[in-house]
Design a protein. Structure first.
Lengths: 208, 315
């Protein structure tokens, strides 16, 4: 096979990319190896959240407890409703066994609590990419630079990440002097097929 | 005979009405004569003669010099103090250079909480009585984009409801705005940063723009907006959320008083789901540009050629 100069160039570029990525990791310090972010993503900083954690640093209790890797039920004082991963994961899938002040990515790397997105991203890759580029997640205060974004765990409870249904804010009122019809939903039928008096469906009392 | 009687009665009734009218006019003229020289006592609807005079002869926003705008801003602040007893700060922040604002909304994230609607009402000093809301959250059937079948009065115990999705609609800040073309007095126009604004002092309240807008995004103040004094947002902009009079049209202005100072629009800041993304369309590194390049975006009623700067997307 003849060595194609274009291929060689691509290989060289890849090598440089890998080298620069590892250099970046060393400066960041939050993660030791593996994924280090998307080079094309705009710069950002993450809103810290450690102060909001009730029991952090975890080592204040756990340094006196023997590390136990057997799968078991969670005990007091941790009151956690766990609904994540449909039985595929448990505590030590994301928490470090040896050092409880660190999280653990799917590759087993130690991750700081303020860089929790690295843990989430190790399974939810597509969402993580969207979050990096701004298509998922939420920014703090400004639309312009500097870009400060919330971590995954600000909005999603890591132990039960689905967003829960809740009561909506009050509905708009009818304009002054007017009133909503008792059954305000638009008819599904076209105008020419509607009755003179639309029949009120039975479930409308619940909706009111 | 009957005819004559009724005719005579009618004539006399008319005469008394006219007499009363002139009597009232005379009294009003006297009142003006007395109050005008002092120029301090409130005469017309709480405004002094000088204020009313200034209002009446105020120029179009684009034609005013910097000094004239400063005077107008001061007058707006004085009037707010008289009307509501609140010190507001009315500004005229110019558009940012190299910025055209756009909005993207993720309808697969929106849960229909209506937090944006109420944040907008509070931020933009919308009348609490007048029921004007810039944002309308439409509850739609999944698999349909038929706006005729949407419902924005939904009020169940919890949202989202099964089988529904939620599509907030507000001013699309069209790049080819039909409302601007419809306005007979040029009281509405597009600013260099792409925001379609209204000069509330120039608007004559004809509501042509409202019928021209295909998104029902413009709202008319049938009554003077009533706001509790402690709820008034004191950070205002001339083209944005300053107190409005009765009888003018208003609409979403991308929170001009916030976004021109790099802050997020109130609806975006309030959204708990992160479905709303606002940004600069001219910045290739902005989040909105990433969405436009990488997500399935659509615009509402795109076929009308209004070129909205407001995209919806799903993921």
């Amino acid at each position: 096979m003849i060595a194609c100069p274009r291929e060689a160039r691509v290989l060289l570029a890849l090598l440089i990319a890998v080298a620069s990525a590892s250099a970046q990791e060393a400066t960041e310090g939050s993660i030791t190896e593996g994924f280090s972010g998307y080079a094309a993503a705009p710069e950002f900083s993450v809103v810290p959240r450690k102060d909001e954690l009730v029991f952090y640093p975890c080592s204040q209790c756990h340094e006196f407890l023997e590390p136990d890797p057997t799968v078991r039920e969670l005990m007091a004082p941790h009151e956690i409703e766990f609904d994540h991963g449909a039985g595929r994961i448990w505590c030590l899938s994301c928490h470090m066994l040896e050092n409880r002040d660190q999280l653990k990515s799917a590759l087993g790397e130690a991750v700081d609590f303020d860089a929790a997105h690295q843990v989430c991203g190790s399974c939810h890759g597509n969402r993580h990419k969207d979050w990096y580029f701004g298509a998922h997640g939420k920014r703090q205060s400004s639309w312009n630079e500097p870009r400060v974004i919330y971590n995954c765990t600000h909005c999603h409870d890591a132990h039960s990440p689905a967003i829960k249904p809740r009561k909506p804010m009050p509905a708009p009122k009818a304009r002054a002097g007017l009133s909503l019809p008792e059954w305000h939903r638009h008819e599904k039928k076209p105008v020419w097929e509607r009755d003179e008096k639309p029949q009120k469906p039975e479930d409308s009392d619940e909706e009111k | 005979m009957k005819k004559n009687d009724s005719g005579a009665n009618g004539a006399s009734g008319h005469d008394t009405a006219r007499r009363n009218f002139f009597r009232k006019l005379g009294r009003a003229a006297m009142a003006v004569g007395v109050t005008a020289p002092s120029m301090a006592a409130p005469a017309w609807a709480g405004a002094t003669f000088l204020e009313a005079f200034g209002d009446f002869f105020q120029q179009h926003y684009k034609k005013m010099s910097r000094e004239e705008i400063e005077q107008v801003l001061e007058r707006i602040e004085r009037k707010a103090r008289e009307r509501h007893g609140v010190d507001i700060n009315c500004e005229n922040t110019p558009p940012k250079k190299n910025a055209v604002f756009g909005y993207a909304l993720n309808i697969s994230k929106c849960q229909g909480y209506r937090d944006c609607v109420h944040a907008c009402v509070e931020e933009n000093n919308l009348g609490r009585d007048s029921q004007v809301e810039y944002i309308r959250v439409l509850e739609m059937d999944q698999g349909s984009t038929n706006l005729e079948e949407s419902d924005h009065y939904y009020d169940p115990e919890t949202v989202p409801t099964d089988g529904k999705y939620y599509m907030p609609v507000q001013c699309m800040q069209c790049d080819n705005p039909p409302c601007v073309k419809a306005c007979p007095v040029e009281a509405t126009w597009m600013e260099p940063d792409g925001i379609v604004v209204v000069d509330y002092d120039w608007c004559i309240g004809c509501r042509y723009c409202m019928s021209a807008c295909p998104y029902s995004a413009r709202h008319f103040n049938w009554t003077e907006p009533e706001i509790p004094a402690e709820k008034i947002n004191p950070d205002t902009h001339y083209l944005g959320n300053r107190p409005r009079p009765k009888g003018v049209v208003e609409k979403c202005h991308f929170c001009i008083q916030r976004t021109r100072k790099d802050k997020q629009p109130a609806c975006m800041e309030a959204c708990p789901t992160g479905a709303r993304i606002f940004g600069n369309l001219l910045d290739p590194d902005s989040e909105i540009r990433y969405i436009l390049a990488n997500k399935n975006v659509f615009r509402l009623k795109e076929e009308l050629g209004t070129e909205p700067k407001f995209w919806y997307f799903t993921d």
